[in-house]
Design a protein around this ligand. Structure first.
Ligand code: ATP
Length: 319
C-alpha cells in the first residue's frame, strides 16, 4: 500500500517531465526541418507576381495582405534577383567548418566569376573536399556565408541546389557500376525531377564521343578515363550553371588526365558552364583555369589569375 502511494506521488512529475521532453523534441525537429520558419516559404508561394500586394500566412494561422516589395526586402529575394544576373556566381565569406577539434576549413573567403574555370588546389587534407561539399550542401558550415547568385545557400538541401543549377562530381567515380552508360546518364535527369530535362543525351554524347560507342555497356566495365567522362556526363545532364569537380584527375594515367582536362575545358567553352575544379595536380589544372586558389591546412593562402596559373614554378613554391 505504501508502495502504491509513492507511485501516485511521483506520477505528475513523470507526466510533466515527459511533456517537457516532447515539447523540446518538437522544437528541435521544427528547427531541423523548417529553419526558414513558418513565414518564409508560405509567404513566397502565395505572393502573386505582377501585383503590388500578396497574401502571406502568419505564425498565428491568419492571413495578411502585404506589399510584395516589403516582403522581398525582408526575404532578400529582390536583392538576390538583381545580383543573380550581374554579381559573382558564387561568393564564400569567412566560411569555417570543423570536425571535432580539427579545423578542416577556416575563414575561407573567395569569389567566382560567371562562366570561369576556377582551380582550388592544395595537398592532402587541406580542406578542399570539405569546402566543395559545403558549397553543394552536403555539409553545413559552422560559420560564414555561401552566396550563390546573391543568395545565401549555406546548409540548403542538395536537391534544391541541383534544381538551382549546382552539380557535383564526387571524388572517385560517382556512378552506378551495374547500370548501362545511358541509364547512368538518365539518372542525371532524375535528380532534376521527373518532368525537367537538362542537357540532352545527344549533347552529352557529342562532348564525350567515346561514351557513344559504349552506350549499352555497364558503367563498371568502362576504363578509368571513360568512367570519369561518364561521371562528368551525369553531372552535365543536370544542365548546371556551376559544376563542382572533386579531383577529376585522381588515379588516371597522365595521357588520360590530359583528355579529361581538355574535355572540362570544352564543357566550359561550349556550354558556358562555370566550373570549380579541386585538384592536387598543379600541372594539369593550371593549363585550363582562369583563376587559381591555393588552400593549405584549411586556409586560402594564395589567389591569382591565369598569368599566375601558368607560372608553375611559383605555384609549386606556394604549394
Ligand atoms: P584530399 O586531397 O586528400 O582529398 P582534402 O583537401 O579534400 O584532402 P578534406 O577531405 O576536406 O581534405 O579534409 C580536411 C580535414 O578534415 C582532414 O584532416 C580530414 O581528416 C578532416 N575531415 C574531413 N571530413 C571529416 C569527417 N567527416 N570527420 C572527421 N574529420 C574529417
Amino acid at each position: 500500500m505504501r508502495h502504491e502511494n509513492r507511485f501516485l506521488d511521483i506520477s505528475p512529475l513523470i507526466v510533466g517531465f515527459t511533456r517537457q521532453m516532447a515539447y523540446g523534441l518538437i522544437l528541435v525537429l521544427f528547427m531541423c526541418f523548417r529553419p526558414q520558419g513558418l513565414l518564409g516559404e508560405f509567404g513566397r508561394k502565395k505572393l502573386r507576381k505582377g501585383d503590388d500586394t500578396g497574401t502571406v500566412d502568419t505564425e498565428d494561422g491568419s492571413s495578411r495582405r502585404v506589399n510584395i516589395k516589403e516582403v522581398e526586402t525582408v526575404l532578400g529575394t529582390s536583392r538576390a534577383k538583381e545580383s543573380a544576373d550581374t554579381g559573382p556566381l558564387l561568393e564564400l565569406q569567412n566560411v569555417s567548418r570543423s570536425f571535432g577539434g580539427i579545423h578542416a576549413v577556416s575563414d575561407c573567403t573567395l569569389s567566382l566569376k560567371r562562366g570561369a574555370i576556377t582551380g582550388l588546389i592544395g595537398p592532402n587534407g587541406a580542406g578542399k573536399t570539405t569546402l566543395l561539399k559545403s558549397i553543394f550542401g552536403l555539409l553545413r558550415p559552422w560559420e560564414g556565408r555561401i552566396l550563390y547568385q546573391g543568395r545565401d545557400i549555406a546548409g540548403r538541401r542538395t536537391e534544391v541546389n541541383v534544381r538551382e543549377g549546382l552539380s557535383y562530381m564526387p571524388q572517385g567515380q560517382g556512378l552506378f557500376p551495374d547500370l548501362s552508360v545511358t541509364d547512368n546518364l538518365d539518372l542525371g535527369d532524375y535528380a532534376l525531377g521527373k518532368t525537367a530535362s537538362g542537357v540532352s543525351m545527344d549533347q552529352v554524347l557529342d562532348l564525350f564521343p567515346i561514351l557513344g560507342s559504349r552506350k549499352h555497356q555497364k558503367a563498371g566495365t568502362l576504363s578509368g578515363g571513360e568512367q570519369r567522362m561518364l561521371s562528368l556526363g551525369i553531372a552535365l545532364k543536370q544542365s548546371p550553371k556551376l559544376l563542382l569537380l572533386d579531383e577529376p584527375s585522381i588515379g588516371l594515367a597522365p595521357i588520360i588526365v590530359q583528355n579529361v582536362m581538355e574535355t572540362i575545358r570544352q564543357v566550359n567553352h561550349r556550354l558556358k558552364t562555370g566550373i570549380v575544379i579541386v585538384e592536387q595536380n598543379i600541372e594539369a589544372t593550371s593549363r585550363i583555369v582562369d583563376r587559381i586558389f591555393i588552400i593549405k591546412v584549411g586556409k586560402i593562402v594564395f589567389s591569382g589569375g591565369a598569368d599566375i596559373a601558368s607560372d608553375k614554378q611559383r605555384l609549386w613554391d606556394l604549394f
